[in-house]
Design a protein around this ligand. Structure first.
Ligand SMILES: Cc1ncc(COP(=O)(O)O)c(C=O)c1O
Length: 262
């Protein structure tokens, strides 16, 4: 939305189970210059997929070759359900073409409103100047609170707790979907907050949302995330739903779907 408001031309690139379709991006580069690629590398919002290391390397190479910026939008990096987070594109970048953005919204709280950028010094300086001219100063009280959490070790303990809880919630959602909405197709998320699912062709997810809301269940309809398409898709957030309530939530969506189709 922000990019559209700036009047830029958007070039959509498909997502695959291992992140964005780099071949499609390469084809788009043949069609004309691209200034910036916005990439959500880990536990994609809304798709739930994670970009493979091979694709990360290729993207960094392409950015150097074709002289475009990669904006690595990465608030979910610390939240893989298993193992260690994958290498960032920032750490692979020798051509100074990656700006890495992250946030404490998913590891501390969205209300704390603290995030950060890392990247080539000159570019970060320019962005810091622009930020300063826009809002004068960041919220230093919130930043101090986050700094204390980091220093005390509380943030690391919270991340461990949150990862365990998110994994349990995700597994409960996946199990309930397989049982109650077997037509749903999805990539099982390996971290983060979200699961994206496709329903049968012709399903209207916006109409389904209205039905589901009447039953006290909510999600985001697919078209809200897409430049075009997404009518039969939706994004579920498992983050706020305790594992023992997932089955009830999915059963309400399943009955909303039945009502919609009848
Ligand atoms: C990919 C991505 N980037 C950024 C954000 C927003 O982070 P913040 O709360 O720091 O604005 C989100 C939150 O939903 C997100 O999914």
């Amino acid at each position: 939305m922000l990019l559209q408001q700036l009047g830029v031309e958007l070039v959509p690139v498909r997502l695959e189970a291992d992140g964005l379709d780099v071949a499609q991006l390469e084809a788009a580069l043949e069609g004309g210059p691209i200034r910036l690629a916005h990439v959500i590398a880990n536990a994609h919002n809304p798709a739930g997929c994670t970009l493979s290391v091979e694709k990360r390397r290729r993207l960094v190479e392409l950015a150097a070759e074709h002289d475009f910026w990669i904006f690595e939008d990465d608030p979910y990096r610390e939240l893989p359900f298993e193992g260690e987070p994958l290498e960032t594109m920032l750490s692979m970048d020798e051509g100074s073409k990656v700006v890495h953005a992250s946030s404490f919204s998913k590891t501390v709280s969205p209300g704390v409103r603290v995030g950060y950028l890392a990247g080539p010094t000159d570019e970060i300086k320019k962005l810091a100047k622009k930020a300063n001219e826009t809002y004068i100063s960041p919220n230093m009280l919130a930043e101090s609170i986050v700094l204390e959490l980091c220093r005390s070790g509380e943030l690391d303990r919270n991340i461990e707790f949150v990862k365990g809880e998110l994994k349990a919630r995700c597994e409960a959602l996946v199990e309930a979907l397989r049982e109650q909405i077997p037509e749903a197709e999805f990539v099982v998320p390996d971290g983060g907050y979200f699961l994206w699912l496709d329903l049968a062709e012709g399903t209207d997810s916006a109409a389904l949302l209205a039905e589901a809301k009447a039953d006290g269940v909510s999600f985001v309809a697919g078209p809200d995330f897409m430049i075009e398409g997404g009518e039969n898709s939706l994004r579920l957030s498992f983050a706020p739903v305790p594992a023992d309530r997932a089955a009830e939530g999915v059963s309400r969506i399943a009955s909303a779907l039945d009502r919609l189709r009848s």
